[in-house]
Design a protein around this ligand. Structure first.
Ligand SMILES: NC(=O)C1=CN([C@@H]2O[C@H](COP(=O)(O)OP(=O)(O)OC[C@H]3O[C@@H](n4cnc5c(N)ncnc54)[C@H](OP(=O)(O)O)[C@@H]3O)[C@@H](O)[C@H]2O)[C@@H](O)CC1
Ligand SMILES: [K+]
Length: 523
């Protein structure tokens, strides 16, 4: 599991630790880890540190101090280090003195121009860290648009990215590697910020941290969550998932949701709706009933809404009246937005909402008194949007998109690291809904069901896309058994196994991490 803490949590833990340690200890721990990573990257790219060209972009706070001190350590190993001070009067005095003592060159941004940056083998982004607010200020903005140097290493956070949310309110500097201190920050795990962070590495500095504000699953976590039948299992013990989906107009959504549900570990899938004939022709193992959820037999969880068309209102009403977990998707969400949060008020079992940002905007408009939110703004603020939905509807909210985020009304949240933009294809959400519903029926808690489903769905999308090819939702569903095996380590599933490659090895755009970079740390 990867853990990310907010700036407030980090500051509190830092203050508690600093009170017990000599001045400067934390910074020196951070700097040692940062310089070691830079040295590894340079050695990977050039064979050695000696003779390499390093540029340090130093802002006015401790983030700039970290970068200057790390530059000094690299200079002592023979690198030609140039520091560019973006706010010379406020540059970190200790870091500056250390760099000068190591014979580093110190320039203002006017003196340096862009040449030192574009010609460097490695650039350290120490413009701003967790003390940053807003996008890059004008003196630093040209670096974001300049030709890229060899490798850009962000110190703690890519400058211009909001550490708590991943929002990028203006210009930000894209990194190949981000070296985070003490803990990850949520902004490193959620787009758009995550797409600026590159490969994320953690340097432990000994902080004693509270429960994380955001977590992200890894292979072993998912392997441990996925249900496994044992010798006592029958279909009801494994869970029966009911799928109320599809309509005369959208029969395909029923097939895709059922395909996802069949591969999600439930013991059986029960389908209700108008596409029963098509469903049973394609999947003879599915139990089908005409009509709505109320008249169907026993299930342990409902999925309502994919392609539901005119039947969605009845399916939603009847499913919500049940006392089992209900996943609401697509047309079910449109109906729910019309009814507002009051429709969930009497529920005794959990509800999981799985909107994309357009549906999230409708749900929030149905819940808030204020003006309807814009979907674009919600996408840029994914974590806040998921929290708002969860708290307005008192339900688990899975917000789909470039980084899928799941939030609980309790404030717990998870981001999904396995997404790929190839998943933005028609019907892909139907597969996800079926899969997550199946995991709910198998007994997973909503946060686990939603985040494990998003994880598998993302891996299946990546597998289907291979080295980069368009995928269909059907391809994604077909890959689910293979990724199920992948998370268990590629071999026969064993509880708690999971030796497969960690998804964090790859950047969100699917490119590998920079040479020599290790994937993000665990703690
Ligand atoms: N916490 C820990 O455990 C440890 C933390 N450590 C390190 O300390 C870092 C935090 O340092 P920090 O508190 O000094 O803040 P920092 O990020 O340097 O920024 C503040 C300065 O930036 C300025 N500024 C603001 N926004 C800006 C913008 N958009 N663009 C440009 N400038 C902007 C702001 O100026 P002002 O707003 O006052 O004009 C102020 O001067 C942390 O990220 C990590 O690297 C480690 O060394 C050890 C353990
Ligand atoms: K930075």
């Amino acid at each position: 599991m990867r853990h990310a803490h907010t700036v407030e949590q980090v500051r509190a833990a830092e203050a508690a630790l600093m009170a017990r340690l000599p001045d400067g200890t934390l910074m020196q721990r951070a700097v040692a880890g940062l310089a070691a990573t830079c040295a590894r990257l340079l050695a990977g790219a050039r064979g050695r540190v000696y003779g390499s060209r390093v540029v340090v972009l130093a802002g006015s706070g401790d983030n700039g101090g970290d970068a200057l001190y790390a530059g000094a350590l690299l200079a002592r190993r023979g690198a030609a280090v140039t520091a560019v001070l973006l706010d010379p009067a406020r540059a970190h005095p200790g870091g500056l003195a250390a760099l000068r003592a190591a014979r580093g060159l110190v320039l203002t941004e006017q003196e340096a121009g862009l040449a030192a940056f574009t010609g460097a083998d490695l650039a350290l982004d120490g413009i701003v860290g967790i003390g940053g607010r807003g996008g890059l200020r004008p003196p630093a903005q040209p670096y974001a648009a300049a030709p890229r140097p060899g490798t850009v290493v962000a110190v703690d956070v890519p400058s211009g990215v909001d550490p708590d949310t991943g929002e990028v309110p203006g210009v930000a500097l894209r990194a190949d590697v981000t070296v985070a201190f003490g803990t990850l920050k949520p902004g490193l795990l959620i787009d758009p910020g995550a797409s600026y962070a590159g490969a994320v590495q953690l340097v432990g500095i000994g902080l004693d941290l509270p429960p994380a504000a955001l977590t992200a699953l890894q292979h072993p976590d998912v392997a441990a969550l996925l249900p496994r039948p044992d010798t006592e299992s029958d279909k009801y013990r494994r869970g029966v998932v009911g799928v109320a989906a599809g309509s005369a107009r959208y029969p395909g959504a029923a097939l895709l949701a059922v395909a996802g549900a069949l591969r999600g570990g439930a013991g059986a899938v029960r389908y209700v709706g108008t596409a029963a004939e098509e469903v049973v022709r394609r999947f003879p193992e599915v139990l089908v009933t005409e009509g709505g959820p109320a008249g169907a037999g026993r299930v342990q969880a409902w999925v309502v809404g994919p392609g539901g068309g005119e039947g969605a209102e009845r399916a939603l009403r009847e499913a919500l009246a049940s006392d089992v977990p209900v996943l609401v998707d697509a047309d079910g969400l449109t109906e729910l937005a019309r009814l507002g949060p009051a429709a969930l008020a009497g529920r005794t079992a959990p509800t999981l909402l799985t909107p994309h940002t357009g549906e999230a905007a409708r749900l929030l408009a149905g819940a808030d008194q204020g003006p309807p939110p814009q979907a674009d703004g919600l996408a840029a603020a994914r974590l806040r949007t998921a929290h708002r939905l969860a708290s307005a509807y008192r339900a688990t909210a899975l917000l789909k998109g470039s980084t899928t985020v799941v939030a609980e009304p309790t404030g717990e949240a998870r981001s999904n690291p396995t997404g790929t933009s190839w998943l933005a294809t028609a019907g892909s959400g139907d597969v996800l809904a079926g899969l997550a519903g199946s995991l709910l029926a198998a007994g997973l808690a909503p946060l686990d069901a939603a985040s494990a489903a998003a994880y598998l769905h993302g891996l299946a999308g990546r597998r289907a896309a291979g080295r980069g090819a368009p995928v269909t939702a059907t391809d994604v569903a077909r890959q689910l058994p293979a990724v199920w095996r992948d998370v268990h380590g590629g071999a026969a599933p064993a509880r708690g196994a999971g030796r497969g490659a960690r998804p964090d090895d790859a950047r969100p755009d699917g490119r590998r991490a920079a040479a020599g970079a290790r994937p993000g740390g665990r703690h």
